[in-house]
Design a protein around this ligand. Structure first.
Ligand code: NAI
Ligand SMILES: NCC(=O)COP(=O)(O)O
Length: 342
């Protein structure tokens, strides 16, 4: 099975974490194919040879493919040049460059097409810089939103998952001031249903135990600190807890701070926590699992995972980036693709 890995923003740490993550071979029968630029991978490989003690050069393993249907030589790393005429070799690290915006987007479009055509078993993305799209007159956009549109999946969910904590987000990249207006019963209901279904489909968790956070301090404290819990969250949770009682244990809304305190001491009280906004879920996730967790798009017909970090311009080109999350994202994608294939 081929796993399509996108290069992300070439000015960031994406290419570095890909090559570091591929130092150890993947499971038998799994062929990594990097969608991006051979020039970028070659310069990163050279850099890592100089900067990282014990790094094994991979350049001799790069196998340029004409397309995702090409065969990858055994033990090789397939590479697809998505913009062969782009001079990507000299894009400066840690700087905004329109060429990076073009490359990160072209790589992603290519991998999405390959997935739609059934050429790859899963997508793994290295980080891109959303704000960079302004250099090519596009709005800042995440992979998740593009995937949802490409696969017509309005009920998609962004989940970040590590060994114990999994958080599923109701709202993602919106200003805090707009979270309340985006917290609507149909969206919350869709997130709970998709999370429950994909805990089993992708993670193999049967009869999941799912908690839902409140939005406000103390989950609104009987309405004196906010009304969304009483007006929106509790009615949806009560309705679905009843409807799904045979297959899901659903509870909430919980006061978010104390809910995450239950994870102390190595405990895993829930299979997933539905969080109302981005930082409500990602702060505890990163405190517990940064570097050993991945981002997963639920609700898609294709498996897609990504790293738990961004492009880290402050360390790009130094060779010091930790590739734990990229390796985790690749291995998780392989597991999920095998589970879905069965
Ligand atoms: N999946 C994706 O494409 C994601 C992209 N981003 C994008 O990344 C850009 C930068 O975002 P930030 O909030 O600054 O987060 P960031 O994760 O890029 O950096 C935050 C801090 O963590 C460090 N760091 C991140 N990953 C690391 C690694 N693998 N090893 C060692 N240190 C690491 C960085 O050096 C920095 O000090 C933004 O444009 C954002 O949109 C952010 C998250 C995910
Ligand atoms: N904070 C997570 C994040 O930004 C992931 O975005 P996406 O590119 O995976 O949609």
């Amino acid at each position: 099975m081929k796993i399509g890995i996108t290069i992300g923003d070439p000015a960031g740490i994406g290419p570095e974490v890909i090559l570091k993550a591929l130092q150890e071979p993947l499971a038998d029968g799994i062929e990594p194919v990097v969608f991006g630029s051979r020039q970028v991978l070659e310069r990163t490989d050279r850099l890592l040879v100089k900067a990282v003690t014990g790094y094994t050069p991979l350049i001799s393993k790069f196998d340029t493919l004409h397309g995702p249907d090409d065969t990858v030589e055994p033990g090789a790393i397939g590479v697809i040049d998505v913009l062969p005429n782009l001079d990507a070799a000299h894009i400066p690290f840690g700087e905004r460059d329109a060429r990076s915006a073009q490359l990160q987007l072209a790589a992603f479009h290519s991998v999405v097409t390959a997935a739609q055509e059934g050429e790859i078993g899963a997508i793994v993305t290295a980080p891109w810089t959303k704000e960079l799209f302004r250099t090519i007159d596009m709005p800042p956009v995440g992979h998740t939103e593009i995937l949802a549109e490409a696969f017509d999946a309005p009920e998609h969910v962004m989940m970040l998952a590590g060994p114990r904590l999994r958080v599923a987000l109701v709202t993602t990249h919106v200003p805090i001031s707009r979270v309340s207006e985006q917290l609507r019963p149909p969206r919350l209901e869709a997130v709970i249903r998709t999370t429950a279904a994909d805990l089993e489909r992708l993670f193999g968790v049967k009869q999941p135990n799912i908690a839902v956070c409140g939005l406000n301090p103390h989950a609104g404290e009987m309405g004196v600190m906010g009304v969304e819990e009483g007006e929106i969250i509790r009615p949806v949770v009560n309705k679905l807890a009843d409807e799904l009682s045979d297959s899901v244990e659903l509870s909430g809304p919980y006061s978010a701070d104390t809910l995450f305190a239950r994870y102390r001491g190595g405990r895993q009280p829930f299979d997933a926590v539905v969080c109302i906004y981005h930082d409500q879920g990602l702060i505890p996730l990163k405190l517990m699992h940064f570097g050993e967790s991945a981002n997963i798009t639920l609700g898609l017909p294709v498996v897609r995972t990504s790293v738990d970090h961004g492009t880290a311009y402050d360390i790009a080109g130094w060779g010091v980036a930790d590739a734990g999350s990229m390796r985790y994202a690749i291995e998780l994608a392989v597991d999920m693709a095998k589970r879905v294939e069965k």
